[in-house]
Design a protein around this ligand. Structure first.
Ligand code: IPM
Ligand code: MG
Length: 357
């Protein structure tokens, strides 16, 4: 029987609660598709700072590199907010992404019919919306040098080299080929040099993908278009910062940030995590929505393990359970037949996977 090694990083806040449910779904799908998953747990973020004094221990990076994939929860919390930047929990996540060269961050946004009312937009605007944000994850202003800070000035550098744009563009065109063959590249080329280069390189890569219709949009307009008419988008490709902002915005199309999974991939393996944060305000209460993490486990099966059937099982179980009216508290106002906690939601999804034909 095939066996895969998964590095599990629960992190902080609700991280442990949601990752436990992600594992249940993964185990259930594995048992249905006849493969095995071995987990090894590692520390990162605030939990690592408390235990060993740094946000990304060497052992964690090593374990992540050796694994077939990383399943990650969330990091951060007020407790660590006052630390210098290089010791903050977030720095651990950024270093993990960088260390794995996980440059291609896929953030799919899907609207479930049973949750139309939950969307921040009108039901008729979102019914059938289905888009994918492809965010460059290990470059741009998050990592650019020089950066610095003194009492009177703070600065960062938004920089992309042609090869970095090329590889993310290629990942985005490839994703568009698997979908509806439309790609919108989002930049700020009317103002920024870095965006002018971005646009040029994306167009060049586009010549390798003649079947994909490529358009360009300024990021301010894209932010507006996303809420005006999300159905116009298939795949969006953009840089690190713009992608961070637009993907949070896009989550409101679906109705809750607790629904959106992600995959971050480089050459091998990848990091699979919900796009939401550690939600310290609800941590420990067992009420967080585990769907984003469970759907991230589905992406893990598809992209890191090549276990497409397992991925489809998890995704259809999530949809079926949402259709049946189970709701965690973030979505309790919308079509709830039964209000459930984190683990009850995870159990229901697991049971559904085990009961599928
Ligand atoms: C995300 C998060 C992270 C980011 C933070 C926690 C560093 O917002 O994954 O979207 O900005 O990339
Ligand atoms: Mg974000």
């Amino acid at each position: 029987m095939k066996s895969y090694k998964i590095a599990v990083i629960a992190g902080d806040g609700i991280g442990g609660e949601i990752v436990a449910e992600g594992r249940k779904a993964l185990d259930a799908a594995a048992s249905r598709e006849n493969f095995r998953v071995e987990y090894k747990e590692f520390l990162m973020g605030g939990a690592a700072i408390d235990a060993v004094g740094v946000p990304l221990p060497e052992e964690t990076l090593q374990g992540a590199k050796e694994a077939d994939a990383v399943l990650f929860g969330a990091i951060g919390g007020e407790k660590w907010d006052a630390l210098p930047r290089n010791l903050r929990p977030e720095t651990g996540l950024l270093a993990l992404r960088k260390g794995l060269d996980a440059f291609a961050n896929l953030r799919p946004v899907k609207v479930y019919d049973s949750l139309l009312e939950a969307s921040a937009l009108k039901p008729e605007a979102v019914r059938g919306a289905d888009l994918l944000v492809v965010r460059e994850l290990v470059g741009g202003i998050y990592f650019g040098e020089p950066r610095g800070r003194d009492e009177k000035r703070g600065f960062n550098t938004m920089v992309y080299s042609d090869f970095e744009v090329e590889r993310i563009a290629r990942a985005a065109f490839a994703a568009a080929m698997r979908r509806r063959k439309k790609l919108c590249s989002v930049d700020k080329a009317n103002v920024l040099e870095v965006s002018a280069l971005w646009r040029e390189v994306v167009a060049r890569v586009g010549r390798e993908f003649p079947e994909v219709e490529l358009t360009n949009m300024y990021v301010d307009n894209a932010a507006m278009q996303l809420v005006r008419d999300p159905k116009q988008f298939d795949v969006i490709v953009t840089g690190n910062l713009f992608g961070d902002i637009l993907s949070d915005e896009a989550s409101m199309i679906a109705g809750s940030i607790g629904l959106l999974p992600s995959s971050s991939q480089g050459a091998k393996g990848g990091i699979f995590e919900p796009i939401h944060g550690s939600a310290p305000d609800i941590a420990g209460q067992g009420i967080a929505n585990p769907c984003a993490t469970i759907l991230s486990a589905a992406m893990l099966c598809e992209y890191a393990l090549g276990e497409i059937n397992a991925a489809r099982r998890i995704e259809s179980a999530v949809e079926a359970v949402l259709d049946s009216g189970l709701r965690t508290s973030d979505l309790a106002r919308f079509g709830a037949k039964k209000r459930v906690g984190t683990s009850e939601m995870g159990e229901a999804i697991k049971e559904r996977i085990l009961a599928q034909c």
